[in-house]
Write a protein that binds this ligand. Structure first.
Ligand SMILES: NC(=O)c1ccc[n+]([C@@H]2O[C@H](COP(=O)([O-])OP(=O)(O)OC[C@H]3O[C@@H](n4cnc5c(N)ncnc54)[C@H](OP(=O)(O)O)[C@@H]3O)[C@@H](O)[C@H]2O)c1
Length: 299
């Protein structure tokens, strides 16, 4: 029997990938947009959960404007903590299983090694603090919730680093990219594919099963933003790739502080789910191919 999924978010990178890939899986997705369930109104979001019977609830809506969050802390907290808490409160331990997404920005990046799920979080910015509050609230309200922390999400749609770099290359001029922040780029498509493949297992798993709780999901390979930009140019433009100049985080002041090395270890997820995320370069190849296809069909 197919898994009935209630998905919050329709337009984001991960939300779009979930919807695009659903037909390849034994799932039926009902997806609610911001207009149908605004996370700024947690009571309305809870009501939406009650109104849509489901086996699995996927929370793909979030406040993701990291710099803006510094001046919109209340809003970020409502969307990233109170609304997910309201959803999990309705689901509880006996209702639908939950998949919720969180971030490497719950860490301060000072560990000097990849972060495991048991490491103490210490967010440096408001966005990270709001996501940390959200993951804690979801896990406290439901023992059938999988919270997937991920990092540096990219895809062929929406606003993201890959698309920004390609635009800058098209504009010409010197491209300067931060070379002292390290992480694991993650394809929204790979993340969505993982969630959909696990949906039947999650829908059936008992409260407290190892598939629930905190897990890290990221494509393999640690890289700096500059290294990632060079990967994009290398794969997309080959010999025509522009030169990338290294700068330090301090050279490009931003409202929100970011962890210098928030790299996530995915060993727990690999052990529990018996899968290994592929490398970010492989995933990037697919994203660039999709962008080329889109360009061709638009021409
Ligand atoms: N992007 C990253 O690099 C990154 C890194 C680590 C973790 N994550 C986490 O991964 C998850 C998915 O991220 P993403 O990259 O797919 O995000 P995204 O592309 O920024 O999409 C965010 C989604 O949330 C929706 N949304 C925002 N405010 C809302 C509100 N008040 N009510 C209802 N919906 C609202 C947006 O809808 P509208 O189109 O209406 O605005 C959009 O569909 C999030 O939990 C995020 O925190 C992301």
């Amino acid at each position: 029997m197919s898994v009935r999924i209630l998905q919050f978010g329709t337009t984001g990178q991960v939300a779009r990938e979930l919807l695009a890939q659903a037909k390849g899986h034994d799932v039926e997705i009902t997806a609610l947009s911001r207009a149908q369930a605004d996370f700024e109104d947690p009571d309305a979001v809870a009501q939406a959960v009650r109104a849509h019977p489901a086996d699995l609830v996927i929370i793909a809506a979030a406040y993701t404007a990291v710099d803006l969050a510094e001046t919109e802390a209340d809003r970020a907290h409502r969307v990233n903590a109170l609304a997910p808490a309201a959803i999990a409160g309705v689901c509880g331990d006996d209702g639908p299983a939950i998949v919720h997404f969180s971030t490497d920005y719950v860490f301060d990046g000072a560990k000097g090694a990849p972060y495991v799920e048991a490491d103490d979080p210490h967010p440096l910015n408001v966005y990270g603090a709001s996501k940390l509050a959200g993951e804690g609230a979801v896990l406290a309200a439901s023992s059938r919730a999988l919270v997937l922390r991920t990092s540096w999400v990219v895809s062929s749609h929406g606003k993201n680093f890959v698309k920004t770099m390609l635009r800058l290359a098209g504009e010409g001029g010197t491209i300067r990219v931060v070379d002292d922040q390290f992480g694991r780029p993650t394809s929204a498509a790979d993340l969505a594919g993982f969630v959909l493949a696990q949906a039947p297992r999650l829908a059936k798993a008992r409260a407290g099963a190892p598939v629930f709780g905190l897990h890290h999901f990221a494509n393999a390979g640690e890289v700096s933003w500059k290294g990632f930009a060079e990967g994009v140019f290398d794969l997309a433009l080959g010999p025509a790739a522009p030169k990338v100049e290294a700068i330090a985080t301090a050279d490009r002041p931003a409202p929100a502080m970011r962890p210098l090395r928030g790299t996530l270890s995915t060993q727990k997820l690999e052990r529990v789910f018996g899968m290994k995320p592929r490398t970010w370069r492989e995933a990037l190849g697919d994203i660039l191919a999709e962008l080329k296809d889109e360009q061709r069909s638009a021409a």
